[in-house]
Design a protein around this ligand. Structure first.
Ligand SMILES: CC(C)(COP(=O)(O)OP(=O)(O)OC[C@H]1O[C@@H](n2cnc3c(N)ncnc32)[C@H](O)[C@@H]1OP(=O)(O)O)[C@@H](O)C(=O)NCCC(=O)NCCS
Length: 182
């Protein structure tokens, strides 16, 4: 049963049987190409930590993205480091199969997660950091309403070099203005 959905994707809670898939996603260098994850093989311990965070943490809401048409699990999305007094959270997302990049799934899941963060969790700000070279990610975030706050130079290390990191956010006001239309 989906928790949230639109035409393209559904979001639901993580289940133990998702973990094998998840390990494959993180261990795939084409998936983590622009990320700091993936620098060592994902262990059983890492998997257990992921599952505990996804199912028990009080400062995170982690959901599995399913392709609506097939019902297949294709990635994860979530709000992390939720600061309840400050009402802010960090957004993270991963589509786990490169053949599924660029089909709109990332934007759709981002939009659903942002809507959930503001409407259901009553957040004030959702923020993220992304490798500036991850153009598809930045574009997907912009389409979902995030805007650029600044750039942290020389910040993300991946596979032999440092990259600049773009900091993006969306505030509740901007979200409400966007959903209420012109
Ligand atoms: C980043 C990610 C979530 C984006 O999701 P996605 O489903 O691939 O993205 P979408 O199809 O929704 O949107 C991508 C947009 O970027 C554009 N894009 C893709 N590659 C691009 C590039 N090299 N330059 C410019 N634009 C690019 C696409 O054309 C599309 O925009 P459009 O709809 O206006 O044409 C997904 O690719 C992913 O999970 N990648 C691996 C993990 C990762 O990098 N996570 C993010 C860490 S910050």
């Amino acid at each position: 049963m989906a928790f949230l959905s639109d035409d393209l994707v559904s979001l639901r809670g993580m289940r133990r049987e998702d973990l094998t898939l998840y390990r494959g996603w993180i261990d795939n260098a084409d998936v983590t190409r622009f990320m700091e994850m993936g620098w060592k093989p994902f262990s059983d311990f890492d998997l257990e930590k992921t599952y505990v965070e996804a199912t028990q943490a009080l400062d995170a809401v982690v959901m599995v993205i399913e392709e609506r048409e097939s019902g297949k699990a294709i990635g994860t999305t979530g709000l992390y480091l939720i600061n309840w007094p400050g009402r802010r959270a960090q957004f993270r997302i991963l589509i786990g199969e490169p053949t599924l990049f660029g089909k709109g799934y990332g934007t759709a899941a981002t939009r659903l997660t942002v809507r959930y963060g503001f409407d259901r969790l009553n957040l004030e700000t959702i923020y993220l950091g992304a490798n500036t070279e991850n153009k598809g990610a930045v574009r997907a975030y912009e389409k979902a309403g995030f805007s650029v706050d600044g750039v942290q130079p020389h910040f993300v290390y991946n596979n032999g070099r440092y990259y600049d990191s773009v900091m993006m956010s969306i505030t509740r006001d901007r979200y409400l203005a966007a959903v209420s239309g012109p």
